[in-house]
Design a protein around this ligand. Structure first.
Ligand code: ADP
Length: 183
């Protein structure tokens, strides 16, 4: 991987709700009305204002992304994306790639909106291991998709200075750190 891209990517252990970044990504479900895992943690930390804003959006298809404000979070925004439920079929990979790419597109599209209404100026963004909890995606496969898709995006598009992959467990951190070495 190119040095300039590697410099923008960080792999960390921790709780995504505690990060002070421009946007954190939520591994949501398609209703966007909250759930378990990282989704539940984000809604708890953000407070009821987040749910109110999500209700107005009215859902999100798998692989797509929607943006809200961060409400009581340290993060200014939440980008909600819906990962695939792991099935072992080729479409899983395509949908998971879409989650990472569309989350990043959502971030930079907001940066360039010419009218100040939704001018978010997102430069730093943090991702959890989308689909790797209840949705059952094997961490090694998902991690390769996550890192490759993000790196390709950073190579192609301007505007994002920092991407943090934040993992709950030390084991997942090791998987990410090993994987990034050979990509
Ligand atoms: P999915 O339904 O997409 O599988 P989950 O929330 O069940 O989403 O899990 C996604 C990943 O997020 C899992 O690896 C889980 O360990 C991790 N996770 C759960 N809570 C947090 C948190 N507060 N911060 C960071 N990662 C988290």
């Amino acid at each position: 991987m190119k040095e300039e891209i590697l410099k923008k990517i960080e792999i960390r252990q921790g709780d995504i709700t505690e990060l002070q970044v421009d946007a954190i990504v939520n591994a949501a479900n398609s209703s966007l009305l909250g759930g378990g895992g990282v989704d539940g943690a984000i809604h708890r930390a953000a407070g009821p204002g987040l749910l109110d804003e999500c209700k107005k959006i009215g859902g999100c298809p798998t692989g797509e992304a929607r943006i809200t404000y961060g409400h009581n979070l340290f993060a200014k925004h939440v980008i909600h994306t819906v990962g695939p439920v792991y099935s072992g079929k080729p479409q899983d990979k395509y949908l998971l790639e879409n989650c990472y790419r569309n989350s990043l597109f959502t971030a930079i599209n907001c940066n360039v909106k010419p009218i100040a209404l939704m001018h978010h100026n997102i430069k730093s963004i943090a991702f959890p291991a989308i689909s790797c909890g209840v949705y059952g995606y094997p961490i090694r496969e998902a991690c390769e998709i996550a890192i490759k898709t993000v790196a390709n995006f950073l190579d192609e598009y301007w505007g994002i200075d920092q991407v943090i992959f934040i993992l709950f467990s030390e084991e997942d951190v090791e998987v990410y750190k090993e994987t990034i070495k050979w990509l």
